[in-house]
Design a protein around this ligand. Structure first.
Ligand code: ADP
Ligand code: MG
Length: 400
């Protein structure tokens, strides 16, 4: 049988020690402090954030750590253990869309967005290290932005990280950083999950008004576990496809005369009127996914509130089918994880994140985690696919 690779989270102490050591080695000084922020996995509510819908992520125990020291000039020096580029230097005063390439844009972009919003932030030295899987759909990008955001908040005494309102502001600025400086499209779920979650709770995020509700989420109490499978598949097409899905939703909303598809999902008349009104068959399926998916989030939360955690698997399965058939963002690898996990006894499974690769999740009995993971690893080996990687997700705490 195939080897099973587990991606374990570091302890807070381990992460802080690593990043402190990297900082001291590269910058020959002590940092002002260390901070960290989690990656996330979305339980349900996919491709709903940019439609003003609902989503339900949890923060992962896997975090990105930063050690940071403020400077009195406008120079930013950055180093990441994940990037072989060595120390990069950027003049903060010269940052604008299109001026910073590569990973540094995610970090410098946060400082830029804070300054754009009128906050007094100058240059800094920063060292980064992370155990969030890279490019796996578990939001290493938001973990990097959010850890930078709370570090800058503390180092420059901005006072935003102390309240949920301030954290919502930081999340919005992280979105600006990713969209405008890193040049990557993102809808806002990831940054909210990393900055506004609470340990032991899933984050019900209403993307229309930015409000949140913390929903108790403790699978262990029900002898269940959430298995996350990083397919490790390349997803070269993802950027263009993501933009195409957004454009399709916007076009459908315009045709229907609504600001966002959320209005359609809130309309008591149900799905017939919008679908009848659309003449584009692709838009019909995209809208059907978004509206049904928003409903599934509501049902998922109702089941959690009722203590019926074992029943959410049905909603996960329906979500996957909708993403595969109506939204067309799954992949061969994601479908294989989902089908194999279910055949091995998972209560439910679905792709998570944007799709076209990345990760899938399966709800499994706590004592069956190893067996289900082995089945998936074997199926990938049989199919001649690159070995996937596994982790077990619990609802961890936010950026701090
Ligand atoms: P995901 O967020 O799903 O992991 P993305 O493509 O959105 O995938 O973000 C991954 C990118 O974020 C990386 O290619 C890199 O540019 C940047 N990044 C994330 N984590 C780090 C890190 N620890 N150090 C440097 N860059 C990082
Ligand atoms: Mg990302």
């Amino acid at each position: 049988s195939a080897d099973v690779t587990w991606l374990d989270a570091w302890t807070e102490q381990e992460g802080a020690d690593r990043v402190r050591g990297l900082f001291a080695g590269r910058f020959e000084a002590e940092p002002d402090g260390t901070w960290s922020a989690p990656g996330r996995v979305n339980l349900i509510g996919e491709h709903t954030d940019y439609n003003g819908g609902l989503c339900l992520p949890i923060a992962l125990p896997h975090r990105t750590y930063v050690a940071l020291r403020r400077r009195d000039d406008d120079v930013v020096r950055l180093v990441s253990a994940q990037e072989p580029t060595g120390v990069r230097t950027v003049d903060l005063a010269g940052v604008a869309p299109g001026t910073v390439d590569g990973w540094a844009g995610y970090v410098v972009g946060v400082a830029w967005a804070l300054r754009e919003a009128g906050h007094a932030v100058s240059g800094f030295d920063v060292a980064i290290d992370s155990c969030v899987p890279y490019g796996a759909g578990l939001s290493s990008s938001a973990a990097l932005e959010a850890s930078t955001a709370v570090a800058l908040d503390a180092a420059f005494a901005l006072g935003l990280a102390g309240s949920d309102e301030g954290r919502a502001t930081l999340a919005a600025l992280c979105v600006r950083a990713e969209n405008e400086i890193a040049g990557a499209p993102t809808g806002g779920m990831d940054q909210a999950a990393s900055l506004r979650s609470q340990g032991g709770h899933a984050l019900l995020l209403d993307c229309l008004d930015g409000s949140v509700r913390h929903v108790p989420f403790d699978l262990a109490a029900h002898d269940l576990a959430l298995l996350v499978v990083d397919t490790r598949a390349e997803h070269a097409l993802v950027d263009g496809q993501y933009a195409a899905r957004r454009a399709s939703c916007e076009a459908a909303a315009a045709r229907l005369g609504v600001a966002t598809l959320r209005e359609v999902s809130d309309d008591p008349r149900g799905l017939e009127w919008p679908l009848d009104k659309l003449d584009d068959e692709v838009q019909v399926r995209r809208v059907r996914h978004v509206v049904n998916e928003i409903d599934r989030v509501t049902w998922f939360v109702a089941l959690l509130d009722a203590g019926e955690v074992g029943l959410v698997g049905t909603l996960m399965n329906a979500s996957h089918a909708s993403l595969r058939d109506d939204y067309e963002v799954s992949s061969r690898e994601l479908d294989l994880v989902v089908d194999t996990a279910r055949a091995a006894g998972a209560a439910g499974a679905r792709m998570t994140g944007g799709g076209f690769g990345g990760s899938a999740i399966a709800l499994v009995a706590a004592d069956e985690v190893d067996r289900v993971a082995q089945s998936v690893a074997d199926a990938f080996a049989d199919a001649g696919l690159r070995p996937p990687a596994f982790l077990v997700a619990t609802a961890a705490g936010p950026a701090a």
